[in-house]
Design a protein around this ligand. Structure first.
Ligand code: HPA
Length: 271
């Protein structure tokens, strides 16, 4: 990862957006894209036009960087994210986060669809991410020469998810009677879903939900000391004894159902 590549993408975007300076970065997960309908958009830039940006391959993701206003805040929103299972390196997956940081964001909000490991959860519940487990990832976005301009060689991970944003989100959820748990997200690469034995193992290791994204971006954000809020939509339950066959249509339906609630929490949180 070369610092000059990040800078070139940043310069391009500043030029394209008349120096729009976002305060908050947002990454939307699978089936969770409709938050963008609430953004008053000022500029929309396709990933393929941005220097050094990876290009999105999954059809359910539109690859665009949106600049605009949401809840009175200036935001930059990734409509479509990059997954390791698509063939990108971890550096590529997390590249946009570095770009957004150099554009000026002071907070990062990430969402994802995840499988529920905690038996107290139900499909379409929300999980406010309290912590994560990254140990199952085969590669690390920070591997290689450290970019000292951005952060330390050995970034601290004692509080990855910003405690005050987490508390505020929990209060918003309670006020609106939204089922939102605080929990631990474990990342895997996918693309296959887990076996029953793998779900059992992940649960025993202390995870409440499992998914194929988020952690690489969050590691890179924390390297740059960016406060992070993460939220998962539980799209399918992963209890070994009662596991049902995974179907993408059911996962997307569960995401669709919970999406307005997630959107409400994010919009209130930004205020
Ligand atoms: N495993 C991994 N990723 C997921 C799952 C799952 O069960 N559900 C939604 N994303």
């Amino acid at each position: 990862m070369e610092f000059s590549h990040i800078q070139e993408a940043v310069d391009f975007l500043k030029n394209q957006t008349q120096d729009f300076q976002p305060q908050v970065g947002i990454i939307l997960g699978t089936g969770l894209g409709s938050l963008v309908d609430d953004i008053t958009i000022q500029a929309s830039i396709s990933y393929e036009t941005i220097p050094h940006f990876p290009v999105s391959t999954v059809e359910s993701h539109k690859g665009k960087l949106l600049f605009g206003t949401l809840s009175g805040k200036k935001v930059v929103c990734m409509q479509g994210r990059f997954h390791y299972y698509e063939g990108y390196s971890m550096q590529q997956v997390s590249f946009p986060v570095r770009v957004m940081k150099l554009l000026g964001i002071e907070q990062l909000i990430v969402s994802n669809a995840a499988g529920g490991l905690n038996p107290a959860y139900q499909t379409s519940d929300l999980m406010l991410i309290q912590d994560h487990i990254s140990l199952f990832l085969p590669e690390n976005p920070l591997r290689g020469t450290n970019l000292h301009e951005l952060g330390d060689r050995f970034p601290d991970m004692s509080e990855v998810y910003d405690a005050s944003m987490l508390e505020k989100a929990a209060q918003i959820a309670e006020l609106h009677q939204i089922r939102a748990h605080k929990g631990v997200y474990v990342s895997v690469t996918g693309p296959q879903l887990e076996t029953r034995s793998e779900y059992r193992l992940l649960r025993q290791l202390g995870a409440d939900a499992v998914g194929m994204s988020t952690v690489p971006e969050v590691i890179v954000a924390r390297h740059m000391n960016l406060p992070v809020f993460g939220i998962s939509v539980i799209t399918d339950m992963c209890i070994p004894e009662t596991l049902e066959k995974a179907e993408l249509s059911k996962i997307l339906a569960a995401a669709y159902q919970a999406e307005p609630l997630m959107t409400l929490i994010i919009k209130e949180l930004l205020k």
